[in-house]
Write a protein that binds this ligand. Structure first.
Ligand SMILES: C[S@@+](CC[C@H](N)C(=O)[O-])C[C@H]1O[C@@H](n2cnc3c(N)ncnc32)[C@H](O)[C@@H]1O
Length: 384
């Protein structure tokens, strides 16, 4: 592998690096590779990200409008994929770029690096970032690690691990900051999903009757389990959607702020927040909530960006991203009016079955503008 020539090589992980990769829990690396990494080895998947103009413009501008962070500097690209961020770092004047990719996409990245004339600067290493051994510390860590609603995929764990092992004390993170947002929304998706759920149950009832009539076995004892399975699928799993801003019916709230230079895995393992959302649309339904994120490229306090760039995945009339927003639907959706407030207690935790997926809980209390408070209701969701 090209990476070994100057001393950079994959090696057995240290126990702390492995623990970081696992988010502290015992994750089977083989299972994780099969479930998570495998899709990133396909060019079609990388192309989807490379075609997201909002994402591409933000990273491109962050690098080329802040060349002072890259010129003659050593850069580490965590999860280089096709190699795009590493190539831009080299084009912006980096002295050396370590481009680390866990999957076979590393082969494509290496070819792209060569074809674009930066092979003398960019060294592609096929390895988990947790396992890699670099010959030097780096000035910049660049990575596109964000999943749905920021933290799905738990890839930021790997960036934290890389930062703690390889970033110089004076180094900068690209991006430098991240935030998670939640807003109350209206949407026709709630009715649609409830109809889908009811159709599935009607179909099941016909199936039970027919199986009994045709084959003499009564399946009804499984009705409850089938209902739970379908309720989870149709009503309790968040939905991907690119919402229009006019679907937001109240003030959005920030539920988490992350400083990428200092954040710990402990800090992101669980997100909890209590907040109040003011409804600003009259006579509407609160169909549920939308969750999205933004990230900023600000450099550091000692070494700030000259041009601060934002990557925003909020509902927008003009743009959309491949992240869209995550929609959490309430069943039934309460009626709300301008001046009402929704008092929310929110939590998001890693799923116990798969640390890259999330379990989300909203406890909502509606405080009407008349002063009346409705009893709190708790709704649980999975981000799959
Ligand atoms: C969201 S993609 C971004 C790809 C590319 N940097 C870009 O911006 O187009 C994340 C990439 O990181 C890789 N990755 C995730 N975790 C990693 C880890 N622990 N070590 C090495 N690569 C990793 C994935 O295989 C995937 O190709």
């Amino acid at each position: 592998m090209a990476g070994r020539s100057n001393g950079a090589s994959p090696m057995a992980p240290s126990s702390s690096a492995e623990a970081a990769a696992n988010g502290g829990g015992g994750v089977d690396k083989g299972v994780d590779f099969a479930n998570y990494f495998c899709t990133y080895a396909f060019l079609y998947h990388q192309k989807e990200m490379l075609s997201d103009r909002v994402r591409m413009d933000a990273y491109f501008n962050s690098v080329f409008q802040n060349k002072h962070h890259f010129q003659n500097k050593v850069v580490l690209d965590v999860g280089t994929g096709s190699g795009i961020l590493a190539i831009w770092s080299a084009q912006a004047g980096a002295r050396k770029v370590y481009a680390v990719e866990a999957t076979k996409m590393a082969d494509h990245a290496r070819r792209l690096v060569e074809a674009n004339g930066v092979a003398d600067v960019v060294e592609v290493l096929e390895a988990s970032i947790e396992d890699v051994d670099l010959p030097e510390k780096v000035d910049v860590i660049i990575s596109e690690w964000m999943g749905y609603f920021l933290l799905r995929e738990s890839m930021f764990d790997s960036v934290i691990c890389a930062r703690d092992r390889w970033l110089k004390p004076t180094g900068v993170m690209y991006p430098s900051h991240a935030r998670m947002w939640i807003a109350p929304i209206r949407s026709g998706l709630g009715d649609q999903k409830m109809n889908d759920f009811e159709s599935a149950m009607n179909d099941w009832r016909s199936f039970v009757a027919e199986t009994d009539a045709n084959y003499g076995v009564n399946m009804n004892v499984l009705t409850k389990a089938y209902k739970e399975e379908n309720r989870k699928y149709y009503l309790k799993t968040s939905l991907w959607n690119n919402l229009h801003p006019n679907q937001i019916v109240g003030t959005p709230a920030i539920v988490k702020e992350i400083d990428c230079l200092t954040a710990t895995i402990e800090e992101i393992r669980e997100v909890t927040s209590n907040f109040s959302l003011n409804i600003n649309v009259d006579r509407t339904r609160l169909s549920g909530f939308a969750g999205w994120f933004d990230v900023h490229f600000r450099g550091s306090l000692q070494n700030p960006a000259t041009s601060e760039i934002e990557l925003n995945t909020a509902p927008s009339a003009e743009d959309y991203t491949h992240w869209g927003q995550q929609v959490f639907l309430l069943h039934p959706p309460p009626r709300v009016n301008e001046g009402d407030a929704v008092i929310v207690s929110f939590s998001m935790r890693r799923s116990t079955e798969n640390h890259r997926l999330m379990d989300v809980e909203f406890t909502c209390e509606l405080q009407q503008s008349t002063g009346k408070r409705l009893p709190p209701v708790t709704s649980k969701f999975s981000i799959e």
